[in-house]
Each structure stands twice: as C-alpha cells, then as structure tokens.
Design a protein around this ligand. Structure first.
Ligand code: SDX
Length: 427
C-alpha cells in the first residue's frame, strides 16, 4: 500500500499521507488540505469522511462484522453481561471478577437521584415523549453535579462513569413512570443493574415486583447489542458537544436528542408502528413494500437499510433469533413477528432492496421483544439509549483523552455575493 495520496488541482500536485488502521482500513490524512491547496472536501452526511481514530468499536459493513475492543458481538452477547461489556467499552478490557463487583457496587453508590429532580419531571405533561423528558433530565443532572469532570484524573473520571450509568438508568425509568402517573421508584442496591431496570419500571408500592429471569436475560442481551456502534449519528453528536469541553451529562443529553430521530434510534418505535399499521390493514406486506419503493411516497420500510451495513446487520440476526426464543419462552403469540418475517423475506428477494443493499437493521426486530417484555412502544428508543449509554461514555472519554480539537466543519457558501443595502422604501 502506497504511503502517499496525490491530488492534482489546476495542474498542481499535492501529496497527503495515507493512514492504515489495525483492520487495514485506509484513510487519506487531509489535515492540511486547505492550507496547501485552498480547497476543502464536500461530503454531506460524512459518508466518506473519518472524524477520528478510535480503539473502541470496529465494524465491517460489507462483511457484517461488529466487535467491541476486539471481541465479537456474537461472543459478548452470549458469554458476557451488560455491565461487563460496559466496563470493556469504557476502560478497554473485560473486568476481573473483583473489578466487576466493584463497578456494580460503585454504580449502586450513585443510584440516588437528587429529590429536586422530581420537581423538574413534574413540569412535564404526562403526554410528553419519554425521549424529550430523558434529554432534559440528563442535562438537568448537571445542575446537581456542576463541576466538569477532570478527564486527566482517573479517580474522578471513574466516579463520573459510575454516576452517569446509575442516574441515567433511574431517570430513564422515571420518564415511563411519569407518563402513567405511578410513583417514581428508587434503585435497589441489593439487585443487579438490569434487574433494577425492570423493577424501576414496573414495581408498584402495593406488591413486590416478580422478577422473570427470561426477561432479564433478554434485556441484558439487547443492551449489549446496542452498547456501541462507532461514529453513528448520536455518538458523533456526543463527541461533537464534548469537543467544546461541555460536560459529560450535557454531551449525553445531546446524544439522546440525536438518537430520538426516526432515521436513527427512533426507528425501533417507528418499526412497531409500521408493523401495527400493516397488521391493522390486513397484513398486506406487498402494499407497504410498494409504498417504500415509490419515490413519491415518503414512506420508508422502517428498520431497513443502514449507512454502513451493506450486508446483514449482525445485531439484527441475533435479535431475530432472540425474538423467537423470548416469545416462545414467555408463551407470547404476536402476529407482528410473523408480519416482520414476511416483510424481511419479501425485501430480501426484491430488486429495489437488493440493488440498494437494504437489509434489516438493529431496529427491525428489537421492538418485538420489548413489546413482549411489556415495554410500551414510546419507551423503545429510551431502551436503545440505555444500551448505548456506555458507548457514548466510552467515546466521549476517548475523545477527551486524545485531546481532540473542537469540532468545527467548513462549508461551501452558495448564497448571495456582496450587495449594497436597500433602504426600506426601495424594497
Ligand atoms: C440506526 O449509523 C449507525 O450505526 C446507526 C445505528 C446505531 O447502532 O447507532 O446502527 C442505529 O440508526 C439504524 C438505522 C435505523 N433507521 C431506520 O431503520 C430508518 C429507515 N432507514 C433509512 O432511512 C436509511 O436506510 C438510513 C437512514 C438508515 C441510511 O440512510 P443512508 O445511508 O443515507 O442511505 P439513503 O437514505 O441515501 O438511501 C439510499 C437509497 C435511497 O434510494 P435512491 O435515492 O438511491 O433511489 O436507499 C433508499 C433511499 O430512498 N432507502 C430506503 C430505505 N433506506 C434507504 N428505501 C425504502 N426503505 C428504507 N428503509
């Protein structure tokens, strides 16, 4: 592989270093392109632009490969639990038994959320979308933790990680509890992280919550599968906001807002709504396939397609298998799952989808499991956020530790050139 890339503009040649990653990905370092040539690159949506180097997650869209710190998602989702994977993403190695126990206990130490946060959530109507409430409450945590973490101080950074993991889980459950008018629950320091989530969500003062190990295992796997995904929209947002040295809570809050969009994490809610609509209209998958292919129809087959995966999304394969297992074990009959499978089968042999390499992504089947676990549809993207939290933290931490410069892209101006002011009476 040559070490230099040459660019020619108006007969003048410019040379740029070629970088090669640990998985042999190739990048052209254009750090001084504008200084040398006066030109910038244009790449709306950053489809061809790398924003950083990272040691956290590797994905190969052509081969359907996803690894966290070198471990395959297939192994991690089978053999590890969510807190182990969170520790791996954030600190770089799988924890020892002692480290994992300490991590779990240190998260417990921070699981109390300031009572004044309750008056903030009370300001929201019950009808507010949980993602909007979660973004606001996450940012509000800054009010009770005003000191920005010193990323150079390992102890301070570790404490900020535990605090964020603990409080985010509690306030995420509060967004649901608020919407149904139930009292806001507290974390139970005798229980595990994922067990706590189901209790925080569903335990009522009138009777103890009955844990179901099948549900806990399914949630743990789903959270692992959502934990990180390199420079996706919401993670890039967390990095961008953090690059101005805004605090961790403020950066995560921005990530929650980016994830909310139906083209990103909001797709899992949109998939269920789409499948329910198809079911309500007699389950005619063909009609919706035609709508998705019709350029004049804004309808898209939600849960299909991906910026990077031009083959199957490895997470979708695992979640599809888990959906069958969880529904069978829980004895849940859900016609929506059959409709999803019919849609997938039809799309996989349809020229429009095949030619555009549109396959089911992580959001296509996840909602079917959440629904079987009793999670309401408008909480699906909150579930995605809980899973993605350790990835956001890990990426923010790496960006700050690498002392990355403030994110500030250039643009191509295509507006009016200089013109004289026109007085009001002459307009
Ligand atoms: C996530 O980036 C990540 O890693 C994200 C994520 C993560 O873990 O963080 O993986 C999570 O966000 C998964 C994606 C969830 N979104 C959806 O399921 C929404 C539906 N999918 C799309 O809107 C779309 O596929 C995107 C947004 C996911 C990707 O869009 P791109 O890469 O910008 O591709 P595009 O919009 O340019 O589409 C290319 C072509 C277009 O047709 P043509 O103009 O070439 O004729 O494919 C078509 C699109 O119209 N197309 C679809 C489609 N997705 C793309 N047509 C119908 N249905 C779809 N779902």
């Amino acid at each position: 592989m040559s070490k230099i890339a040459t660019l020619e503009i108006d007969g003048k040649k410019y040379e740029f270093p070629i970088l090669v990653g640990s998985e042999n990905e190739v990048a052209i370092d254009i750090n001084n392109l504008r200084d040398l040539s006066g030109a910038i690159t244009m790449d709306p949506g950053f489809k061809n632009s790398g924003s950083c180097t990272s040691k956290i997650t590797f994905l190969d869209g052509e081969e359907g490969v996803l690894r966290y710190r070198g471990y395959s998602i297939e192994e991690l989702s089978e053999k590890a639990n969510f807190l182990e994977v969170s520790f791996l993403l954030i600190f770089g190695e799988l924890p020892t038994a002692k480290q994992l126990e300490k991590f779990e206990n240190d998260i417990r130490r921070h699981s109390l959320v300031n009572e004044e946060m309750k008056s903030i959530i009370d300001g929201f109507p019950k009808t507010a979308h949980p993602m909007g409430v979660l973004a606001a409450l996450t940012s509000a945590l800054t009010a009770f933790n005003p000191k920005s973490v010193n990323v150079e101080n390992e102890k301070e950074m570790y404490e900020a990680v535990c605090k964020t993991m603990a409080k985010f889980l509690v306030i995420a459950s509060w967004t649901y509890r608020k919407s149904v008018g139930f009292p806001l629950n507290y974390y139970d320091n005798t229980k595990g992280y994922v067990e706590n989530f189901m209790r925080l969500m569903f335990e009522v003062p009138t009777e103890p919550y009955k844990e179901n190990p099948v549900i806990i295992a399914a949630l743990d796997k789903l959270f692992i599968l959502h934990a990180d995904h390199e420079q996706n929209c919401s993670t890039s947002t967390v990095r961008m906001v953090g690059s101005s040295h805004a605090g961790l809570f403020a950066s995560i809050s921005a990530g929650v807002s980016a994830l909310w969009g139906p083209l990103h994490g909001g797709a899992n809610q949109a998939v269920l709504e789409m499948l329910e609509e198809i079911h309500a209209n007699g389950g005619d998958a063909e009609k919706y396939m035609a709508k998705a292919k019709d350029k004049n129809d804004p309808f898209r087959l939600m849960g299909f397609g991906h910026r990077v995966y031009k083959n199957f999304d490895p997470r979708a394969k695992i979640i599809k298998k888990a959906a069958d297992e969880v529904l069978n074990t829980l004895g849940v009959e859900d016609p929506i799952l059959d409709i999803a499978k019919k849609l997938e089968e039809a799309a996989l042999v349809d020229e429009y989808f095949v030619s555009r390499k549109l396959y089911p992504n992580v959001d296509f089947y996840s909602g079917i499991i959440y629904r079987a676990l009793g999670i309401p549809t408008d909480m699906f993207t909150v579930m995605f956020a809980i899973g993605r939290l350790p990835g956001w933290i890990a990426q923010w931490k790496e960006m700050r530790e690498n002392k990355e410069p403030i994110g500030r892209p250039r643009q191509m101006y295509t507006g009016q050139t200089l013109r004289d002011f026109k007085p009001l009476e002459k307009r």
